[in-house]
Write a protein that binds this ligand. Structure first.
Ligand code: C5P
Length: 205
């Protein structure tokens, strides 16, 4: 069983994907981490994220970098959305994601283009969304917990900019697959969102 979970930043897709993987005992891949690893390599090597040639040469990163907590930072997330617009970067990461999705027994993957490009044959596709303001509030709270003080306005502006880049890029934009089930988490607790996701997946099995 392949479960594709797509959606914008701070929509809850990562938490939902991890919970589904636990519930159905499937391996899980957070595909955003791959783009973040490319971004982190670009930053470390002082490459230009807007250069496709530079970004592609950052695609052969060592896997240990995936464990680095710095990958989760806003700085790396922003550069990830810049390098992910390049078709050659997406192509370089495609096979790894497809192989993961099509391993025996199935898998859960979360990202932006899982249901549309990586696994259009997925058994269940969820598109998780929430309003930009609610996502900004969640991200703002997370950052505060990490001791990073920034204004809600700035977080909202960054979220909107990232949405714009992810949804408007010409290659593999973030759009719900035509057969995706929409899950709006705006007014749901984490537990309620997970229960709803499990209900949607069960309904497709
Ligand atoms: O999900 P996360 O915030 O970790 O993703 C970081 C960035 O990587 C996204 O803003 C998006 O630009 C890119 N990404 C992508 N396709 C995916 C996963 C992430 O373009 N499947």
């Amino acid at each position: 069983m392949i479960i594709a979970v797509d959606g914008p930043a701070a929509s809850g897709k990562g938490t939902i994907a991890r919970a589904l993987a636990r519930h159905y005992r499937l391996p899980h891949l957070d595909t955003g981490l791959l783009y973040r690893a490319v971004a982190a390599t670009v930053i470390r090597e002082e490459f230009d994220p807007s250069s496709e040639t530079d970004a592609v040469s950052a695609c052969s990163f060592d896997d240990y970098i995936l464990e680095d907590v710095w990958l989760k930072s806003e700085e790396v997330g922003k550069v990830a959305s810049m390098v992910s617009v390049h078709p050659l970067v997406r192509a370089a990461l495609l096979l790894r994601q497809r192989k993961f999705a099509h391993q025996p027994g199935g898998a859960v993957l979360d990202g932006r283009d899982i249901g549309t490009v990586i696994a259009p044959d997925a058994d269940v596709k969820l598109f998780v969304k929430a309003t930009p303001m609610i996502r900004a509030q969640r991200r703002h709270m997370e950052l505060r917990k990490q001791g990073i003080l920034t204004s809600l306005d700035k977080v909202l502006t960054d979220i909107r900019a990232r949405d714009e880049r992810d949804a408007r890029r010409s290659h593999s934009p973030m759009v719900p697959a035509p057969d995706a089930l929409l899950l709006d988490t705006s007014f749901l607790s984490i537990e309620a969102a997970v229960q709803k996701a499990i209900g949607l997946v069960d309904g497709r099995m």
